[in-house]
Structures are given as structure tokens and as C-alpha cells.
Design a protein around this ligand. Sequence first.
Ligand code: PEP
Ligand code: MG
Length: 583
Amino acid sequence: MEIKRGIPVSPGVAIGPALVVDTEGIRIPRRYIDKSKISDEVERLRYALRLAVADAKVNQQAITEKVGKQYGAIFAAHALLIEDPELIREIEQLITQKAHGAEYAVSRTMRRHAKALAALNQPIFSQRSTDLIDIEKSILRHLVGEHGDPLQGLDVPAIILAHDLTPSQTANLDPKYVYAFATEAGGKASHTAIMAGVLEIPAVVGLGRFLMDVSGGDEVIIDGNRGVVILNPDEETRERHLVLQKQFGFFAKRLDELRTLPAQTLDGTRLLLLGNIEFPQESSHCNDRGADGVGLYRTEFLYLNKTEDPNESEQFEAYMSVLRSIGPQKEVVIRTLDLGADKLFHRDDLQMDEKNPFLGMRSVRLCLRNMALFKTQLRAILRASPFGNLCIMFPMVSTLMELRQCRMILADVKEELEEEKIDFNRKIPIGTMIEVPSAALMAEELAKEVDFFSIGTNDLIQYTLAADRTNEHVASLYNAGDPSVLRLIDHVLRAAAKSRIDVCVCGEMSGDPVYTILLVGLGLRQLSMTPQCIPEIKKIIRSISIDEAKQIAQDALRFETARDVNNFLREQTRRILPEVVVN
Ligand code: PEP
Ligand code: MG
């Protein structure tokens, strides 16, 4: 049994067989085969070994011709290793004696040796370790064939273990079969992490290198509440996690009973708890969890995994379907396209080759440079606006000029629709996200030109602390409790209050129970989050009074480090509601 610790990003406990997707996207499938197929399996293995040897020899010749014999020799050594009788015997024994599939047998054997060599911590052996992993891949490629996306067509339950998953790969996971996932890379507020919450798949990211320690089919436990991954658990650990799984289910069920109750503090102050969605069909998750509306619709997901731009009527239909599901009264905030950075899409012509994509041509910057893209979406939103309580929100605004440009284009589009005699809500509320420190600092000026703010803490944290939200190596810096972040939020709220405009928080911070009391105490009355977080946050809100929250927020603002802030907030939350899990 091995225990790994990473960053918890989506709650729940899952136990199941690993499906390993390595850095090259090779999928290592299930572990066991039917006993009657053992000799066929050995044959399949031998055939793959012969092909891998042939590959190594071809490489040896090609490299020798290109750069010389001494480099070609690396592949000659690969061929010798693949033909090594000891190694083959070891692999075949796993098939003949334990009925393991050839892929598992190869992967288990190679990784065991590779790990032992790497542990010697000497350059010569780490090179050998890398060679073994290379060889493993070469054999596996012949066993499993070349797959496009290794996650396509998954039809058996699995726990996905991968180096990393893109947001669109994650969006396509089928929760029916994917019990959970864990990745070596990634941070707390990456879009991959957010998608896990949306799909309600327990997930842990940022584990660092661990794929060498595991093979497809190994039993794995993922504890998405605590950020723990356990490989090949012993019986006692397995039993304990089955109990935790049940407890989590009970807690979630009990929270479900709050669905129809308002998010109201003990002294009767009513808050709005809204849902974040990426796809129109998620509106039903908002309804299921008793959301007061949609506080953030990430419309860029309409563009991901597509080979063509969705046209105006497709976008209109998507917005209409959200409105139909949420109802005409409840607020639906449509955020204009936030493409770029980790949300890559099919339009190579619009995506630059950038060294720092999170600081580059992303989001509203990309829209302002590509008027057709922007206007198509604004037309679709405006056309849907008479059918519900729709608001428009611009993402990643970093200057007042940018906001003004957005408003001017919106005014142009309104004029076009007027001319075409197409109906729209002339008074549609306009908001801006506050997710760049420059916008937070200029909040007073921005507040005079919009109807509402929504604080995007996912980006605000990364830009304030200069810590990439997707990078596990700086995950300890990326912290919502950092005093710098709290002070910016406080500043934004004060600025908004002067102009009497509403403020919402729609980053992951709003669905994290550690920060609920703080946010309420700072003055927030709207929080938008992944729908599955709503019941727990509501429970906390219903357990506090505004005065108590204010006092806690004031005390939290006095601390000088994120650690002190977080410890204090955890303590206060546990004091008020002991059963809430606060990491
Ligand atoms: C944010 O940055 O907090 C936010 C809600 O936007 P996204 O996570 O889509 O960047
Ligand atoms: Mg953002």
C-alpha cells in the first residue's frame, strides 16, 4: 500500500481499479484476463516484444546514420533489454501465474525495476530507469495500438490516474464509469479541477510524480475531501474508506434536505446562492441543489471540443435552454467568452504562440481583437434577453478603457438589433468580473460604469500572488486566505458600496466552507459556486449571525499570513459546525 498526498479539488471517496493514462496518453487497461486465454495472452505479449525489438533496431540504424554509432547504441541496448530472458520470464509469470493481462504484466514489471533504479539516486541509474519506461511504452504501443484520446469509449468503471487532463478531456468524462481521478499536475483552481466539481467526480490533483508506482487495474482509493490517494490499499484501509464513503453520502443526503430552505442567517439576512455552469444541461444541477439562479455561465465551453465556431443561433439556443430550465424570474449571468490560456479551442488563427498564456491574449482581450467572435455572442445574448432575467458580464477586464470598449461594442450590437427590429432587453444589467489586481484597485472607477461586480477569485489569487493556478509547484503560494487577497476583496466591496452596486464572488473560494463566514462578514450577499457546494455553504450561512461573521472577518483581516488566516477560519468554522470538512 502506498499513500500519496495532493490537492483536494472535488469531494467524495471512491474505490476502484486504476486506469493509468501516462504522459503520452497510452491507456493501460484492466488487470485480469480469463484463465482460458492465458496462452493467447503470452503469444500476444511475445508478438509485441518482437515488434518492439524491431522498432529499437530501426531506431538504432536511423540514429546511427544521423548522428553516429555511439548514439545508435542506446537503441541497441533497448533491443537487448527487451529480449532479456529474465525480464521476459518475469513478465510471463505475471500472466501465467496471476492471470494478469499482458499490458499490466509489462507495466508492472518495467515500473518496478524503473522505480528501484530511480531510487538509487545516481545519474547513470536514473538514465536506465528512463530507458525502461521508454521500453515499456514501446511494448505497450504494440499491445494497445495507437489511440487518439485514451479516454474515449470508456465502458467499464475506472479511476483515472493521469499526468494531467485538459479541461475539455475532463468535461467529456462520463461519471457513470469514471469514479474519480487523480493527476500528477494541476492546481486548486485549474479549469480541470473545476470541471471535476461540476461532474461531481471526486478528484485530487498536483500529486507530483506517482504514475511509476501504479499500473492499470491496481486498486486505488481517492479521497477527494482530504486530497489523499491510496494505491493498493490493505484490507483495513479499504474498510475504513468504505465507511467514509458512506458517511460522505449520508452528509450529502442530509444537506439535500436544505434544498428548499432559504440561505438565511440566524438574524434573518437573506443571501443569494447561485450556481456556476459550463454547459446548459448543468442548469438542472442548479435546480437540484436549490440554487437561486446562475451566477456564472462559462460560455466558452461552447467552443471547446468543437471543430467549428458555434454560430449565433446555436449560442442563442444554448442561452434559451438555460433560461427555460432556470425559469424567467431567477437571475442568469452570462459571461462573455473567456477563451485562451488553459482553455484552448479549435481556432489556431486566434491563438498566439505565447510564453505566458495566462498573461496574454486571453478572455476579453481576445474578444476585443476579434470583433466578429465577440459580436456574434453579444447578439445571441441580447436576443435571448427578453425571455428571462439575463445579465451580461465581461471577464478579465484589467483597465477602465477595456470595459468602455466592451460597452461600446455592446452599444453597437444593440443598435444593429434595433435596426433589424429584433427585440432585446434595453436595460440588461452589465457587470464586470474583478479578477485582475488592477481592476480590484480601480474598483471605485469601474463601479461607476457597471451594474454589478463579480469577483473571480480563481484568477485574482493567481495574478495577485503571481502563482499559476494550474501549477502544482506553486500550489502553496496560491492561497485564497492570503492577506493580500482578503484586502483586495475588502477594497472591492467598499468601492462597490459607494456606488451601491451588487457584488458576487464566483471563484472556487465561494464554495469552500473555510471562507463562507469570512465572505459573509466582509459584506458579500451573493455567492456563486459549483452547484454541489451549495447545500454545505447554505448550512453554514444558516448557522451564523451577521454580527458574528463581521467580527470573525475583522479578526481575520488582522492576520499577516495565509496560514494564520486559514487556521483561524478553520477553527471558527469547526466551532460553529463541527461536521463540516474543512481542509
Ligand atoms: C475566476 O477566475 O475566479 C473565475 C470564476 O473565472 P474562471 O475560473 O473561469 O477563470
Ligand atoms: Mg477567471
